[in-house]
Write a protein that binds this ligand. Structure first.
Ligand code: G4P
Length: 288
């Protein structure tokens, strides 16, 4: 489900998260490993104030592993702990409680030194729609708790979900954040990965954006899959990118009367194959 974010929605989402911050010890900020900047909320630091925070780069199974490593180093330079996870299969998920414990070490040590029994670490997951919040909650809980899909504005009693051994508890409703909107390229990157629905942007424009990016960074994979012969020499020349789109369309039989290529159909097919992982693992932005 794609949420239309209006200023009123944003204010409400922000207020809801800030209410929940009072209840928790740490935040898991979930981002998409393929687009760690575009899938972050532009006001995240302001919203989370100084809550201890762990960044989880989800869908790492789909991202370029080398680029993901670069992102991890990038966040480390900024004093943030970030690591890759595949919430769908669970890879990396079991490390999360330990990482939260490290984050809260000082607080826990203080409780112990006062002779207190440290209570369960209380955690809230936040992230933009479709980033995998419900999948991660279900994975951490070991059962189906959170319904996938987002419903901003639906209020229900909050519940704590126990995670492995009871050391950590999660709020059952994640905090939903809006993505960046100011930059058109951000919209395209989100659309390429399927984080926002195609109807918002033109499918040919999304495919054009993706094909230009793949020509630059993943030409070999793309040319092999679609049997492409000529690599564009000037990426700033739209005709050369359209020529690649046409070649992809011809390969997939998207021909209309007069032998023209149906670019809309070619674009849909390209994006479907890309999202189904047929073009291998890729990242849409890199830190350096
Ligand atoms: P949200 O709560 O943040 O909105 O996201 P949600 O968990 O609903 O996940 C959105 C989509 O992303 C789901 O796919 C989910 O299966 C997929 N997903 C979540 N984490 C991962 C991951 O680490 N790797 C991969 N490859 N996919 C992930 P869907 O097509 O909407 O639903 P379904 O096919 O799972 O039924």
């Amino acid at each position: 489900m794609t949420i239309q974010w209006f200023p009123g929605h944003m204010t409400k989402a922000r207020r809801q998260i800030q209410e929940k911050l009072k209840l928790i010890d740490a935040v898991i900020e979930l981002i998409d490993a393929r687009l760690p900047l575009s899938s972050r909320n532009p006001m995240i630091d302001e919203i989370l104030q100084n809550k201890p925070r762990l960044i989880i780069m989800n869908k790492a199974d789909l991202a370029d592993p080398e680029v993901t490593r670069q992102w991890q180093a990038y966040f480390k330079e900024q004093g943030l702990t970030a690591f890759p996870v595949d919430a769908y299969t669970g890879t990396g998920v079991k490390d999360i409680p330990n990482q939260i414990k490290l984050l809260l070490k000082e607080k826990i040590d203080k409780q112990i030194s006062k002779g207190m029994n440290p209570r369960a670490m209380r955690v809230l997951i936040v992230g933009i729609p479709n980033v995998g919040k419900s999948t991660l909650i279900n994975r951490l809980a070991g059962r189906n708790i959170a319904a996938t899909g987002d419903r901003p504005g639906v209020t229900k009693g909050q519940q704590w979900i126990k995670v492995t051994g009871g050391e950590m508890e999660l709020l059952d409703t994640p905090g939903i954040l809006w993505p960046k909107f100011e930059d058109q390229n951000v919209g395209y990157r989100l659309a390429v990965t399927g984080a926002i629905k195609e109807e918002i942007l033109n499918v040919e424009d999304i495919a054009f954006f993706a094909i230009k990016y793949f020509t630059n960074y993943y030409w070999e994979t793309m040319s092999e899959r679609f049997d492409l012969k000529e690599r564009p020499t000037d990426l700033d020349n739209p005709d050369e990118i359209v020529a690649v789109m046409e070649a992809i369309g011809r390969k997939r039989g998207c021909i209309v009367s007069g032998g023209r290529v149906d670019l809309e159909k070619a674009s849909s097919i390209f994006l479907r194959e890309l999202r189904a992982g047929k073009l291998g693992r890729y990242s849409m932005e890199s830190p350096y």
